[in-house]
Write a protein that binds this ligand. Sequence first.
Ligand code: FPP
Length: 239
Amino acid sequence: MTTEENKDKIPTHLAIIMDGNGRWAQEKGLPRTAGHKKGAEVLKPILEHAQKRGIKYVTLFAFSSENWNRPKTEVKYLVELFRKYLNEYAKEMDKHRVAVSFVGTREKFPADMVNKMNEIERETAKYDDFHVIFALSYGGREDLIAATKRIALDIREQKYLISAIDENKINEALSTHGAPYPDLVIRTSGEQRISNFLLWEIAYAELYFTPIYWPDFNEQDLDIAIEAYGRRNRRFGRV
Ligand code: FPP
């Protein structure tokens, strides 16, 4: 494909590391939590725009396994924020017609939130046009460890032989099973690292780093990232 032909290429699966909420707030003289509040607000228009552009899956890194180590007040604020959005979403599930799922150790959240996550997943599984996957208390290495344990159990139960372990078996054992591999990963805020996000799944994803803080990231910025993706020449190890 030439660059021209590639121009309107849209990623099927977009993954986003929503970073920079804290710095956005601090630079405005506001508490870090104000950045999270704004960060949550900008998410909806971005998701609507992603859907409009023809993206089918969006995975969002909303809270990492390591984020539990932040100051108690910040963690508490984030948990309350997630609870608020979960409750709001649960009430409007049929309006949005979006399949929502969660990856990560959801059991670390209070029981009412776990129930809400389960309910949302169950009730929206029927939608197939657009999928939003929230990574909450998620870590790529933890997910690979859990997958390894699942595979080991299957082998112990003689469901298949060791020689049958392949890429597919690992995919099926990961919490992200069912979604295609991400095509494009966007990280906002200028940091250029993956920070334990979807380690296995992004082996061939295109990485896009922007200095914009997440609360300032808008629909036009998403278009610019999609356009940059369209100009990339993906070879998957081939020539
Ligand atoms: C990274 O910014 C952001 C987080 C750890 C939390 C992400 C959460 C949101 C964007 C809200 C999402 C809301 C819902 C409803 C899912 P940071 O705090 O690491 O910023 P910093 O690097 O500038 O400190």
